[in-house]
Design a protein around this ligand. Structure first.
Ligand SMILES: C[S@@+](CC[C@H](N)C(=O)[O-])C[C@H]1O[C@@H](n2cnc3c(N)ncnc32)[C@H](O)[C@@H]1O
Length: 441
């Protein structure tokens, strides 16, 4: 690490070489739409490597088409991020180890990390529209090195702001000031970028009115204030333990942070992207504010979390997977029981579940034993999302009915008029992000 300053040119050139190669040969027909939720449309959630996905977007006409990119990559924290799966009825806790939601460890250290992020940024620049902007979310681990690299990729003159996002949560050390901020490096593609000034409250001294001529003053429960242009230090709470936003995904960012970005640099209908989407925060905020989105993550638990979050919001989207991203470890038993008579419905119910190779889940031994019990008696606790496509075309599931796990649990039976069931498929996603598609044939 100590010679990293002198290696920056070499790191940059290596990224450029890979960039040229990826642009020529990357992408290809390796992405497949596996589910079209509520009609799909242009919104897309992709499970796969973001470099290949961006190359594919560039090949398929998306160069210069994205209005805003939010990039929240690993920070070079040298940590693994896990998801805890709580199995309610068992009062136990399955702690996954496959688990890492994702790893932020780099075999060749900072040089490897910087080369990867530099390469991703080069592709993102090509995808940005002329009026577009990018926010790169980092912290003290690497923001200083990446500032130098981003100046080179986007052009020093296109650097707009260093935003400090400050929060209260998290621990503190006895040997440092408590580390309570992240950094967002904000760049534009060109000087014609779209920007809408936001305002914030600025409380008067002593909270009393100034009564200056021509200055509008307001009052709230704290006291008197004026409205000023928003500053580059943002105090926004992290997603707390009891927050309704909380998905359980490590590193989840607050919707309020993304909302502020979207309000500042996008308009309704704009296309926004997040190629390190984690739990899908950007997608959720786009859905709530009328923007379109492209999301990507290479972690199965991340994509499962984001998909479920978007389904719960009723957000139309395509779920796309890179070839080889899925596995066939999960098996689910399904029953289709016809209810003759007045209703003439078919009740479709999930009746059991097992794993081809439970050890591949990466759970430690203690929890593996617990998993056995859960699979036998409480298999429903392992189901996060399931849906029914009454007329499956063998490629893409188009859900007609669906269920997501919430605090109360999940329904494991749904019914449909029998005459609608032409070629039924039942798709199930478990708490680990594994998928299974049941078809009658
Ligand atoms: C800091 S988290 C993002 C959290 C997200 N902003 C949220 O609100 O939940 C970084 C994410 O980048 C993903 N990631 C890392 N490298 C990737 C790659 N090459 N392709 C796609 N996703 C990647 C990780 O799986 C992880 O979910």
């Amino acid at each position: 690490m100590k010679d990293i300053l002198f290696r920056l040119p070499e790191i940059y050139r290596a990224a450029e070489e890979r960039y040229n190669e990826i642009k020529e040969t990357g992408g290809g027909d390796v992405f497949r739409t596996v589910e079209t939720f509520a009609g799909g449309g242009e919104n897309c959630l992709v499970r796969g490597d973001n470099l290949r996905y961006m190359a594919e977007l560039l090949r398929s006409g998306y160069a210069g088409k994205i209005d805003m990119i939010y990039a929240d990559p690993p920070f070079f924290s040298k940590s693994d991020y896990t998801i805890n799966v709580k199995v309610g009825k068992q009062k136990g806790k399955l702690t996954l180890a496959r688990n890492h939601a994702f790893t932020d460890r780099w075999k060749d250290g900072m040089a490897e990390y910087l080369e990867n992020i530099a390469l991703a940024m080069m592709l993102m620049k090509d995808l940005l529209s002329e009026t577009g902007t990018i926010f790169v979310h980092l912290d003290w681990h690497s923001s200083h090195y990446l500032k130098v690299i981003l100046d080179q990729v986007f052009g020093e003159k296109n650097f707009i702001n260093e935003i400090v996002w400050t929060y209260k949560s998290g621990g503190a050390s006895k040997r440092t000031f408590a580390r309570k901020h992240d950094v967002l490096l904000f760049y534009a593609k060109s000087k014609g970028y779209y920007f809408q000034v936001q305002e914030e409250k600025s409380y008067n001294r002593d909270l009393k009115p100034y009564r200056f001529k021509g200055v509008r003053e307001y009052r709230d429960e704290i006291g008197w204030y004026t409205l000023v242009s928003m500053k580059d230090v943002w105090q926004i709470d992290m997603v707390g333990r009891t927050s309704s936003e909380r998905t359980g995904y490590a590193t989840q960012k607050p919707e309020a942070l993304l909302k502020r970005i979207l309000d500042s640099v996008t308009r309704e209908g704009d296309l926004c992207a997040d190629f390190y989407c984690g739990s899908g925060t950007l997608g959720a905020v786009c859905e709530k504010t009328g923007r379109r989105y492209l999301l990507c993550d290479n972690s199965a638990p991340a994509v499962m979390t984001a998909h479920k979050r978007l389904v719960q919001l009723g957000s139309p989207h395509e779920l796309t997977e890179e070839e080889g991203a899925g596995d066939d470890n999960l098996h689910v038993q399904v029953s289709l029981d016809k209810m003759e008579g007045v209703l003439d419905n078919t009740v479709i119910s999930l009746t059991g579940l097992n794993y081809g190779d439970p050890e591949a889940l990466g759970i430690d031994e203690k929890n593996l034993a617990l998993l056995d019990t859960v699979v036998e008696y409480h298999y429903d606790e392992l189901i996060e999302y399931w849906c029914i496509d009454p007329d499956y075309d063998g490629r893409t599931v188009r859900p007609k009915l669906w269920r997501c796990r919430d605090k109360k649990g999940i329904d494991i039976a749904m019914n449909l008029p029998s005459k609608q069931l032409k070629n039924p498929a039942v798709k199930v996603i478990d708490v680990f992000g594994n998928e299974y598609i049941y078809t009658k044939t």
